[in-house]
Ligand binder design. Structure first.
Ligand SMILES: Cc1cc2nc3c(=O)[nH]c(=O)nc-3n(C[C@H](O)[C@H](O)[C@H](O)COP(=O)(O)OP(=O)(O)OC[C@H]3O[C@@H](n4cnc5c(N)ncnc54)[C@H](O)[C@@H]3O)c2cc1C
Length: 361
């Protein structure tokens, strides 16, 4: 059994920001806190993003606190640039991330502590910062006929880049109204025989830059949901799609012509309620992700609405648990701020409760 003051689960933007603030508050890595991550390398979810998502195509990536990301080549894959930057960051602040360590369950421990069950043993802790992101839980909608589809179905989480067998010369249906769907369409349409874009709601394109006030308004919409215990929507889903020059050109090529959702999947295509059909060799689901929180289930944090109710980053049902990078803080800038605020809150919690020395068992 290992005893610490705080366990940070996940070493993406949210986890590293939290670890940085713990360190700055005088917590010693290894002794007072530990960061656990089940991915093989530094970079959080960025390490898994497709090679054509170059650093120059990433919008609004904020550096981690205390160390700028400078001089990055915009043509290099963001997975390499950000993976390298995170590795340097972990070294610079001596954060000693333990990987690959899979957190399987967080449950009640002994003497008022939480027990964190992992592939590398159990940590008992007075606080948990959950920073597990969403990448590991891609959301696949279900449609009648889906199991009988003879082509290939892929999710953004498995997107191999546009020049793959799944797309070259194929009829590709792209599902989803977010940035990933649009980026997939722009790329895949250059290699596919034909693309069809379907979304639930008409996409909201946004002209001009996104100012700070609009950003705050978008975040507060997500915050409102989390405050009442509803599952969060992504911040991007409420900010709209920024119209770029590349998108304007794609629109002229007819690539961004949007269709409503189909109602059925056929063995070789998709069909709408009015009987119209489109051929599909590949369906690419750019339908988003859900928070990775199943390992917190024993703590019963979920509300009847399905989400975890938060006050700031603190779980209302258990003040020892903070969620960073969840809901309103699910952006690089949000994760930075949330990490700082979670640590401030945890310091106050630890100061206000007796530090009971662990009793070895
Ligand atoms: C394609 C794409 C592009 C994006 N582009 C931008 C952008 O340009 N700007 C922006 O601000 N935001 C962007 N976002 C959102 C952004 O990625 C996130 O807000 C932020 O990077 C997520 O950081 P995170 O630390 O919350 O999660 P992640 O980066 O997903 O890190 C979570 C970590 O937790 C680990 N983990 C998960 N479960 C466990 C477990 N049970 N045990 C141990 N470890 C676990 C994972 O291995 C991972 O390393 C993008 C998202 C996507 C999908």
């Amino acid at each position: 059994m290992n005893y610490v003051e705080a366990v940070v689960v996940g070493a993406g933007q949210a986890g590293l920001s939290s670890a940085y603030h713990l360190r700055r508050s005088g917590f010693e890595p290894g002794r007072d806190f530990v960061v656990l991550d089940h991915s093989p390398h530094p970079g959080g979810a960025w390490q898994f993003r497709w090679p054509t998502l170059t650093y120059g195509r990433v919008h609004g990536m904020h550096a981690l606190p205390g160390m700028e990301l400078t001089g990055a080549d915009p043509d290099r894959p963001s997975s390499e640039v950000i993976g390298g930057y995170f590795a340097d960051y972990e070294r610079a602040f001596d954060l000693r991330v333990r990987r690959p360590v899979d957190v399987r369950e967080v449950r009640e421990g002994s003497a008022g502590r939480l027990a964190v069950d992992t592939s590398a043993g159990v940590w008992e802790t007075r606080a948990v910062i959950n920073a597990t992101g969403t990448w590991d839980r891609p959301f696949w909608p279900r449609f009648p006929g889906q199991d009988g589809f003879r082509g290939r179905q892929l999710h953004t989480a498995q997107y191999p880049g546009p020049d793959a067998d799944a797309f070259r010369g194929k009829h590709v249906v792209v599902v989803g109204g977010g940035t990933s769907a649009v980026q997939h369409l722009l790329e895949v349409s250059r290699h596919a025989a034909a693309t069809t874009w379907v979304t639930r709601r008409p996409p909201a394109f946004r002209e001009g830059p996104f100012d700070e006030e609009q950003g705050r308004a978008a975040v507060s919409l997500v915050e409102d949901r989390v405050r009442v215990g509803l599952p969060p929507r992504s911040v991007v889903s409420v900010t709209g799609l920024p119209m770029t020059e590349e998108m304007r050109r794609a629109r002229e090529r007819g690539v961004l012509e949007r269709h409503p959702m189909f109602t059925r999947i056929l063995p070789d295509g998709v069909a709408w309620a009015d009987g119209s059909t489109v051929r599909a060799d590949t369906i690419l689901w750019a339908t988003g992700f859900r928070p990775v929180i199943d390992h917190l289930a024993p703590l019963r944090l979920r509300e009847p609405g399905g989400g975890i109710r938060l006050e700031g980053t603190r779980a209302v049902r258990d003040p020892r648990v903070h969620l960073v990078g969840y809901g309103p803080s699910a952006s690089t800038i949000g994760a930075n701020r949330a990490g700082r605020s979670a640590v401030r809150d945890i310091r106050a919690l630890l100061a206000s409760t007796d530090r009971r020395e662990p009793v070895p068992v």
